[in-house]
Design a protein around this ligand. Structure first.
Ligand SMILES: Nc1ncnc2c1ncn2[C@@H]1O[C@H](COP(=O)(O)OP(=O)(O)OP(=O)(O)O)[C@@H](O)[C@H]1O
Length: 271
């Protein structure tokens, strides 16, 4: 595959970072570590600070305190080009006004790996684009305008573009948003199969439990718990953080937990 990894993942270390604005603390003393090749899910209720935390990891925001290091080096010390070679980001909202074709948009994902002296190799580029499009099930949309695709298709194209960057660290903001259940599973399977370090915000606790090696549960901008899904996702903690009753058992297909939510009183004559 053209987009197979050329770089090895390194450790991402987040040490006591805080960020706030308008006198309000949004991220409060957050620490965790992503060991090379692990997939970490960032969980927590709406507005708790998941996207803000992710923004501190891809340098859109600079924490007011604490440090983020990748491979032992503060992320602020990477040049823009070095950082783009290591880290790919897929955000929740699709870029607006992309009237270019899917293939043209994807070709921008190849730029991070090219040096200015490299000769253009249109055939190799086209093959790499075809391969990632096939992986996300969109080869037939290759020449379509990006802005005419459905929300879920756009999301899959943006993930394909991130793969073309061949990052060693992938940061995803709710990658399963807009996706139907098949593609929620496919996309997370694909991301996991890359074997690189991944940090992803995610709302669906069952998907997080099934695919993430570790989960970071946020509560009021602070770390409520960090560890394996089994350790973190207890009914007690889910109730405290989300205010929802649940039951947690083992998923019949594997060793990961399965969370079943209680939807209030069920009428006795309900079918
Ligand atoms: N630049 C900013 N200026 C003011 N408030 C901000 C800014 N960025 C984030 N916030 C606030 O910080 C809080 C956390 O926002 P964030 O988007 O990180 O939450 P989230 O956990 O990702 O939410 P959701 O699950 O709804 O996507 C929100 O209350 C938001 O309004």
């Amino acid at each position: 595959m053209q987009y197979e990894l050329q770089t090895e993942s390194k450790s991402l270390t987040v040490s006591q970072i805080s960020w706030g604005c308008d006198g309000k603390t949004i991220i409060d003393d957050v620490s965790f570590e992503v060991a090379p090749g692990r997939m970490v899910g960032v969980l927590g209720p709406n507005g708790v600070g998941k996207s803000t935390l992710l923004r501190c990891l891809y340098r859109y925001l600079t924490p007011s305190q604490g440090q983020v290091a990748y491979g032992g080096k503060a992320i602020g010390k990477y040049s823009q080009r070095q950082f783009a070679r290591e880290v790919a980001v897929v955000l929740q909202h699709s870029p607006q006004g992309f009237q270019t074709s899917v293939a043209q948009l994807l070709s921008t994902g190849l730029l991070a790996r090219k040096s200015f002296w490299q000769w253009a190799d249109p055939k190799a580029d086209a093959n790499a684009i075809d391969e990632v499009l096939e992986r996300v099930g969109l080869l037939d949309k290759r020449e379509l305008r990006f802005d005419l695709l459905s929300g879920g298709e756009q999301q899959r194209v943006l993930i394909a573009r991130a793969l073309l960057q061949q990052p060693s660290l992938l940061l995803l903001d709710e990658p399963t948003n807009h996706l139907d259940v098949r593609y929620q599973i496919e996309v997370l399977k694909l991301v996991k199969s890359l074997g690189i370090s991944v940090v992803t915000t995610i709302h669906d606790l069952n998907l997080a439990a099934a695919f993430c090696d570790d989960v970071l549960l946020l509560e009021h901008g602070k770390v409520a718990a960090f560890g394996s899904p089994k350790e973190v996702l207890s009914p007690r903690r889910i109730s405290r953080v989300y205010g929802v009753d649940s039951q947690v058992d083992n998923h019949p297909q594997g060793k990961h937990p399965r969370i079943t939510f209680r939807y209030g009183e069920v009428a006795s004559d309900a079918h």
